[in-house]
Design a protein around this ligand. Sequence first.
Ligand code: PA5
Length: 398
Amino acid sequence: MRLIDNYVKNFVQKYYEIFEPKVLKADELLKSKSCVGSEMLGWQDLNSDLEYIKNIAEDINSKSDCVLIIGIGGSYLGAKVAIDFLSPVYKNKIYFIGFNLDSEYLNNILKKIKDKKIHVVVISKSGNTIEIKTTLDIIINFIKKKYNQDLHKYFTAITGKKGFLRNFAETNNWQILDIPENVGGRFSVLTNVGLLPIALAGADIKKIVLGAKEMQKNLENLDSDCHKYAIIRNVLYKNGLKIELFASFNTRMLSFMEWLKQLFGESEGKEGKGLFPASVLFSTDLHSLGQFIQEGSKILFETIFFVKNLKYNLKLSEDFKNYKSINEINEKIFKSTVLAHYKGKVPCNIIEIEEFSEFELGRLIYFFEFSCALSSLMLGVNPFNQPGVEVYKKIMVN
Ligand code: PA5
């Protein structure tokens, strides 16, 4: 992957140099583990026991043909990102639930899988999240009715040291994997939280972590794309742009952009500050929000993903003038969109992705985790807490 900044440079050059020392400071604080929120920097360790995770995944896969993953926020998004990005061989056996409380959605899934051999993986760091407890209640009854005995064989919990889930899983003798205390939900994709479901779907977790480690090594260079991207975001924010619009031309990127919204939204959006992360899928949204992006209020900049090497490329008939395949046209639309938006005074970062591979995904995940931490520190907020998320929960119990 690489950042192409040709269509953003002009918008940031005035302040770029002023922000350079800020990124260097943030980098130093992060790498020396002395920044605000430094107790939550475990995501930089990349030391999960991959052999252990792979063995557990193989064991679960050997006795099930369907896995229910119960999780919300950072406890499921990372895994969903990887499964959608990679489209691995067992992707269709994984069902995500618990990220909403939509009875119809859950009911439809339960109907679909009722005759299958099921395993349930429940993921919650706090172990107390209401959506997870509620979904688990339904699923436990469903499993009880289906299997009657030895219920513990059908459940795995991935959780923190304390909380309802930890107690319940221990009492009922479930298999338990730990979530490191020093890693928050949205930064946990490369721990047991993300890696077990990804391995269950059949993707190669070793290659993902290898990609992340390679990116980490790259970031020793203080002039890296990641440092540049953090500077650009902060300069554009200072220039009055309040929205970062992620855009892609590939449906495989949809979940990735959802994760970015969570990563940046929860990390930066506090103390009355932060860029609002939003996302669009092109061409679809060129025919809806495209008008606003081109000519509407000047409140946003774009970060556009473009994937270079794609596995599928449908060929057009010879009657079709000037173009031979869909991908050729898609690339032309991408280039034209960037030029049009740039002309419309919308700054565009371009992130070029090599391919939909495990290695590239690992690189991307670490790139965005690190750039998010850098950006948040430059903004002067703690990247690793989310006090705002607690407010609705407190209102609920009153
Ligand atoms: O990033 C975060 O910390 C949050 O999005 C959490 O992942 C989310 O709220 C779920 O929390 P828990 O894992 O405790 O159920």
